[in-house]
Design a protein around this ligand. Structure first.
Ligand SMILES: [Zn+2]
Length: 117
């Protein structure tokens, strides 16, 4: 018992639990393809956006990185695309890691976050 580092054990277990929880969230969200129902959705420009397919993207979360597959729609009228689920979950900009200028809700750049992890 003398060599037992309680803090190290705690930290390691916490990370494992968070990773497991992250996997569960990932699986649940990726299994739910209800965001891709319907081949067309009304666009904010007044046109119709078309379902293109499901696109994966990695997001940062308190549970660690999550790889989410979301339905992608594109509007030929205004040439803009969007992900209904990103809007639904409120992760459209905040949790994007593919954009180098993205910030999290605390104003930290994701580059800084990933370096720290
Ligand atoms: Zn449009």
């Amino acid at each position: 018992m003398e060599d037992l580092d309680f803090e190290a054990l705690e930290v390691a277990l916490r990370q494992q639990v968070l990773r497991l929880a992250g996997r569960a969230v990932e699986q649940r969200l990726n299994a739910d393809t209800s965001d891709g129902v319907g081949s067309r959705l009304p666009c904010s420009c007044g046109g119709k956006s078309h379902f293109v397919g499901r696109r994966p993207k990695q997001f940062h979360s308190v549970l660690g990185p999550l790889r989410l597959e979301r339905a992608y729609y594109h509007c030929p009228a205004c040439r803009r695309g969007y992900f209904p689920r990103d809007r639904q979950l409120g992760i459209e900009k905040h949790f994007s890691v593919s954009c180098p200028h993205a910030h999290d809700r605390y104003g930290r750049r994701y580059g800084q976050l990933s370096r720290r992890q």
